[in-house]
Ligand binder design. Structure first.
Ligand code: OAD
Ligand code: ZN
Length: 259
């Protein structure tokens, strides 16, 4: 506890953004299954697909109706869930630190925004399940998902609307997924707190490795060992907290709010 407090307080005294990077683990306690947990599969006909197969552009092109059914089901699960104390802790930290605060999230569930973090500072690097865009990009805008999800076609060009999420066979970019912004935040951060991610995707690992190489403060919160906990343990200014987000993040917020 003392070590954590010292690490946080000295990071706050330095210059640079305070970056919080979240994964599915932060929403697990709101009842949303994690990506690599057991509940994610989906059946099409007699075939069972893993999320890694469903969440691809190739699958959408082959079976758009099925992919939409899967997303509509997942979105309902997200809408039924409520933000938990870990989400709320991040809202308090943003209120306290304003412009210094950055939230990079892999979660598409919309819970950070519903909890009260600002859309501008919540970089949804894998998109947001509550939004759609035209698959043909006839209009560049990202739109709120229509209320009636029976007909998911673009009003303008008639092609499919697609979920505004990054699929496994697609690349990050700045316009939709804040790729460069995230790298820039990692290159100047005073603090990186990683919460509930298994480190299986590319951009979050780049962010973690860059912060570790710079020797900036790096804290991981996860009940399981993972690549970020290893990085954090190797850093002089790092620590890995083996625990649940809803318990550890409010403690961190409390220290940050006292400062
Ligand atoms: P994963 O499902 O891979 O990992 C969830 C992590 O949360 C694991 O490391 C768990 O140990 C941890 N965890 C579970 N319960 C927790 C709790 N109460 N508090 C804190 N941590 C907890 O999810 P992500 O790492 O988010 O990408 O997955 C990253 C990306 O891979 C997803 O955004 C998605 C997926 O494939 C795309 O769709 C592009
Ligand atoms: Zn269109």
């Amino acid at each position: 506890m003392r070590e954590l407090e010292n690490l946080l307080l000295s990071a706050l005294e330095e210059e640079g953004p305070l970056v919080f990077l979240t994964g599915a683990g932060i929403s697990a306690e709101s009842g949303i299954p994690t990506f690599r947990g057991k509940e994610g599969f989906w059946t099409v006909g007699s075939k069972v697909y893993q999320p890694q197969e469903m969440a691809t552009f190739a699958m959408f092109r082959a079976h758009p109706e099925e992919v939409w059914k899967w997303y509509v089901m997942r979105r309902e699960m997200c809408l039924d869930a409520e933000p938990n104390p870990a989400h709320q802790a991040l809202v308090k930290i943003e209120k306290r630190w304003g412009n210094r605060f950055r939230l990079i999230t892999q979660n598409v569930d919309g819970l950070h925004i519903r909890a009260g973090n600002s859309p501008e500072r919540t970089w949804r690097i894998h998109g947001d399940i509550n939004f759609v865009r035209c698959v043909a990009s006839c209009i560049p805008e990202v739109l709120p998902i229509p209320e009636n999800t029976d007909d998911m076609h673009c009003r303008k060009c008639g092609d499919w609307l697609r979920p505004h999420v990054l699929w496994f066979d697609e690349c990050y970019n700045e316009e939709w997924y804040r790729y460069e912004s995230s790298i820039a935040a990692a290159s100047e951060s005073a603090l990186l707190v990683v919460i509930g991610t298994s480190g299986a995707t590319n951009l979050p690992m780049q962010v973690g490795m860059q912060v570790a190489e710079r020797g900036a403060c790096l804290i991981d919160i996860n009940p399981e060992p993972n690549p970020f906990s290893e990085l954090a343990q190797r850093c002089e200014k790092g620590t890995a907290i083996s625990g649940k987000a809803s318990e550890s993040l409010p403690r961190i917020a409390e220290i940050i709010l006292r400062s």
